[in-house]
Design a protein around this ligand. Structure first.
Ligand code: ADP
Ligand code: MG
Length: 510
């Protein structure tokens, strides 16, 4: 196979990542990494000049905590990762690039060199984080041929495997699928409809800070409190000890998926602690976390304006959906047995590989494209001043879960007579209060026509495309004064910075 014919699918997960490709028979296969595993922990250890990604970095959690970066995906969209590593600040997308570099290098050992990849992102990822993911691909030397949503990828993989989608990814009968994705650090729920070659997201919701890690933490806290009671010290106080305890608890959690009880034994301060946890106890300790996912799931079904009966299936994705309590509770609230016949932690990479294969085939004119229609997962608005309270207020222009592409407009009024300029601040989020939303850009209309009375209508028009590009047009009503602004993202790296990091990452050993 020549290089140009190869393209992989990458699930760049919060806690684990996977790479898949299509084998000669066109079936997706997960590639095995250098350690011999299908999943690579998205964890890295900064060790002098080299960056160690994966299992070996996880092992160092108990000894070298300050040089470890984990869950960098959660920080995408921020300027820098939340803690310095080896005395240096890193943009989270550069950390993601190191993970991609490791994934790429390991994959190339099996399938030869390639550059093309489809990378998946959570459906709730906003534009800033999508762009940061593309930039991570660029810095890792990849040509990112598409970014698709994780639930869409999972549905494609599941559909092709189950046979309700053909190998081109199209279907005869309309299917409505709810994808419940509980990973290590995030929870994501999406209701989608597949009909013919159309993939349409109807509603999406999620919790960026809820995942398997929180379940682990409940066990860590339980054990820590036990140790405080018996021995008077808190093992969580020392980050290295906490790291070691966490590894034991994560392991025990996996045991509790298949067994009714697990033993956690850990040596701390020279003493061996042995604590037994039953599955029942674990489920009690984490009950509220499960309830939160169910609440969000119900909300997504409601936002989709559907009832449980109108859904054809519930598809479980993400390693944490292996916990038996998840399907049991979903069955109880929906009356439907959730599906999980493909490996829940490989489904996303498989779907991305199928998507990559389709893009290549389409380029060769061999197939028709499937179309994927997304919704915006966060409302987009403009900061205005509330005329009654005189306080800044988020004036939503495009509400969440609006099918894309969309053009929407909203009128704002000038504040004072003869206003010379207007500042248009664009925010993303659901709250009325702009401080609770994320700032995604701003533009200024200068050179306003002279002597406009106060309360002159200003029309703000948003054009939001499927690729996430937002074009803002501001027009003073009744004049030709018009400003067109393509969104400049606040926190993204400049071209020079990207190039600099790319070279740095290329040179460092992984
Ligand atoms: P992400 O997409 O967030 O990177 P994954 O979908 O790979 O993550 O899921 C990782 C999470 O799944 C981790 O929290 C891990 O502990 C959990 N997990 C994996 N296998 C099991 C299992 N057998 N039982 C319980 N939890 C599991
Ligand atoms: Mg995932």
């Amino acid at each position: 196979m020549t290089e140009s014919e190869l393209a992989v699918g990458i699930d760049l997960g919060t806690t684990y990542s996977a790479v898949a490709f299509l084998d000669n028979s066109g079936r997706p296969q997960t590639l095995i990494n250098a350690e011999g595993d299908k999943l690579t922990p998205s964890t890295m250890l900064f060790d002098g000049q080299s960056v160690i990604v994966g299992k070996e970095a996880v092992k160092a959690l108990g000894t070298d905590y300050e040089n470890i970066a984990d869950l960098p995906k959660r920080d995408l969209g921020e300027r820098a990762y939340h803690k310095p590593l080896g005395g240096r600040q890193y943009p989270p997308e550069a950390l993601q690039a190191w993970i991609l570099k490791k994934l790429r290098r390991d994959a190339e050992r099996q399938i030869g060199t390639f550059t093309k990849a489809v990378i998946t992102v959570p459906a709730y990822f906003d534009e800033v984080r999508r762009k940061a993911t593309m930039d991570a691909g660029y810095m890792a030397g990849l040509e990112v041929i598409d970014i698709i949503n994780e639930p869409t990828a999972a549905a494609i993989a599941f559909g092709v495997q189950q046979g309700f989608l053909n190998e081109k990814g199209t279907t005869e009968t309309k299917r409505r699928i709810l994808v419940y994705d509980l990973g290590g650090g995030t929870f994501d729920v999406t209701v989608m409809e597949i009909e013919g070659d159309q993939y349409r997201a109807i509603a999406t919701d999620g919790d960026m800070r809820l995942g398997g890690h929180d379940w682990d933490q409940r066990l860590v806290d339980y054990i820590a409190e036990d140790i405080i009671r018996t021995d008077g010290f808190d093992p969580r106080d020392d980050p290295n000890v906490a790291g070691k305890l966490w590894r034991e608890c994560e392991d025990a959690k996996r045991t509790l998926t298949v067994r009714e009880k697990a033993n956690i034994s850990i040596e701390l301060n020279g003493k061996l602690f042995k604590i037994e946890v039953t599955r029942e106890k674990f489920e009690t300790l984490s009950r509220d976390l499960l309830d939160r996912t169910i609440f969000t799931t119900k909300q997504a079904v409601q936002q989709a304006q559907l009832t449980w009966d109108e859904l054809d299936m519930i598809l479980l994705v993400g390693g944490s959906t292996r916990m038996p309590s998840i399907s049991a509770e979903l069955l109880r609230v929906s009356g439907k047995q959730p599906q999980q016949s493909i490996s829940p932690d490989e489904a996303v990479a498989h779907g991305a590989a199928i998507r990559a294969g389709l893009i290549l085939a389409n380029k060769r004119g061999k197939t028709t494209e499937i179309t994927i229609k997304n919704v915006n997962s966060h409302s987009l608005g403009v900061v205005g001043i509330d005329s009654k309270t005189k306080r800044p207020r988020n004036g939503i222009v495009i509400p969440r879960n609006t099918p894309l592409p969309v053009v929407a407009k909203r009128l704002f009024l000038t504040n004072k007579p003869n206003q010379q300029s207007i500042l248009v601040q664009i925010v993303e989020g659901e709250s009325n209060n702009p401080d609770d939303c994320s700032q995604i850009g701003k533009c200024t209309v200068a050179k306003m026509p002279a002597n406009l009375p106060a309360k002159t209508p200003i029309e703000v028009r948003f054009k939001y495309e499927e690729n996430g590009r937002l074009t803002v047009t501001v027009q003073v009503r009744g004049s030709n004064n018009r400003l067109k602004h393509e969104l400049k993202r606040e926190n993204s790296l400049t071209l020079e910075q990207l190039q600099g990091w790319k070279e740095f990452i290329e040179q460092s050993s992984v």
